[in-house]
Design a protein around this ligand. Structure first.
Ligand code: GDP
Ligand code: MN
Length: 379
């Protein structure tokens, strides 16, 4: 689960990280009021759960409260990467002399959290990571010892931070580490952490990604979930306990098992197609769950074909087949469906689907090939 920028920054502030003054608004009139209260130039920032808002025009400065209202009106009417903007953060504007990146995430290979920093912060840290990986300083943190002072100093030195800021930078780095631990995050990030033109450090942007598996012990954070800001299909999937991630391709995938789901996506790409989603219906999924999954896949108008790849272990192929039929009763299926069933009760499963006008496949390669061909005919 992701927190919005305003939520992340408020959380960071509890751990001593300096953030700009400001508040969130749902209407342009509120934005104007906040700008009046702040009595300074403001920055109006769209609150959507995707990065790159700046580049998309979702972050703009305003000199007067009237201008703040006008800009807020425009931003509140925007859609950024398919997500409608429903709230804006109105912050006191800062003048920036340098933008720094500072973040913590899990390094699975090292089995440790890693703090990363770069003097080339601001937008597009991914681009920096690709083209100039040496500009990103990484320090692994021992989870038992926590972030040590010398590590924070090493990072400050590594990004050539002027000495006068090291104390404050240390405080911010420790605050970020504490925020990361206290919230059970998988990512806590400040991008940019700026040096203002009057020489202060300030967290202008904030991002927290919480570990869903630990949410049960963070009721206060779980309550911040903003359903309005999430993709409908992902909300629906969560209700049924399905692991679903919407993607941009044209082939809907229904698979049991995360590893098999990833393999299926890879092989679709290998045959020249693009998956429309990642979906793991899980072990032992019954007909009802399968029906829900199919509904969710077909609600995406990009989907031109559906590929079922089911390995019947605990999940029985005949159950899955019945689920597919059940779903086809409810949802109108207008795209070709390719099925590959192997394992427990596969024969019964195929029998059930034999009359349902579905394309059957023997191997995964065969299935991917047929799905890609079917999708390109439809497109
Ligand atoms: P993101 O694009 O979604 O990561 O949004 P950010 O909050 O990081 O803002 C993007 C960029 O907008 C920053 O890197 C800054 O360059 C700029 N920006 C954000 N807030 C301010 C501000 O208060 N003053 C100025 N001058 N620029 C800002
Ligand atoms: Mn940012």
């Amino acid at each position: 689960m992701k927190l919005h920028e305003y939520q992340s920054k408020q959380y960071f502030a509890k751990f001593g990280i300096p953030i700009p003054k400001g508040r969130v608004a749902a209407t342009a009139v509120e934005a104007k009021t906040i700008a009046e209260e702040l009595g300074s130039r403001v920055v109006i920032k769209s609150q959507v759960l995707v990065g790159g808002r700046g580049k998309a025009g979702g972050i703009r400065l305003a000199k007067t409260p009237e201008e703040a209202q006008e800009v807020a009106t425009q931003i509140l009417a925007m859609e950024i990467k398919g997500l409608p903007v429903r709230k804006v953060l109105v912050d006191e504007a800062s003048s920036i002399s340098q933008e720094i990146y500072l973040g913590i995430t899990n390094d699975r290979a090292e089995r440790k959290p890693v703090m990363m920093a770069s003097a080339a912060g601001g937008v597009d840290i991914e681009e920096v990571a690709r083209t100039h990986p040496e500009k990103i300083i990484k320090v692994h943190i021992d989870p038992l010892l926590g972030l040590k002072d010398f590590q924070a100093r090493d990072i400050a030195a590594g990004i050539d931070l002027p000495r006068e800021h090291w104390r404050m930078f240390g405080q911010i780095a420790h605050g970020l580490w504490q925020a990361y631990c206290a919230s059970d995050s998988t990512l806590a990030e400040i991008n940019p952490l700026v040096i203002t033109s009057d020489n202060h450090l300030l967290a202008l942007d904030g991002k927290i990604v919480l570990d869903d598996n630990a949410l049960f012990r963070h009721c206060d954070l779980a309550e911040m979930r903003d359903l309005d800001a999430e993709v409908d299909s992902e909300i629906e999937a969560r209700k049924y306990g399905l692991s679903f991630i919407k993607l941009d391709g044209s082939i809907g995938c229904m698979v049991n098992g995360a590893g098999l789901a990833m393999t299926t996506m890879d092989i679709i790409k290998l045959f020249g197609g693009e998956p429309a989603n990642f979906l793991d219906i899980g072990g032992g999924a019954g007909a009802e769950k399968v029906a829900a999954a199919l509904r969710i896949i077909l609600s995406d108008s990009n989907v031109k074909a559906v590929l079922f790849n089911v390995f019947g272990g605990i999940t029985r192929c005949d159950e899955v087949a019945r689920g597919i039929l059940e779903a086809m009763d409810e949802v109108k299926v207008e795209v070709p469906m390719v099925v590959r069933l192997v394992g427990t009760n596969a024969e019964e499963g195929r029998q059930i689907l034999a009359d349902a006008n579905m394309i059957t496949a023997e191997t995964l390669a065969d299935a991917a090939h047929k799905a890609v061909a079917a999708a390109s005919v439809q497109a």
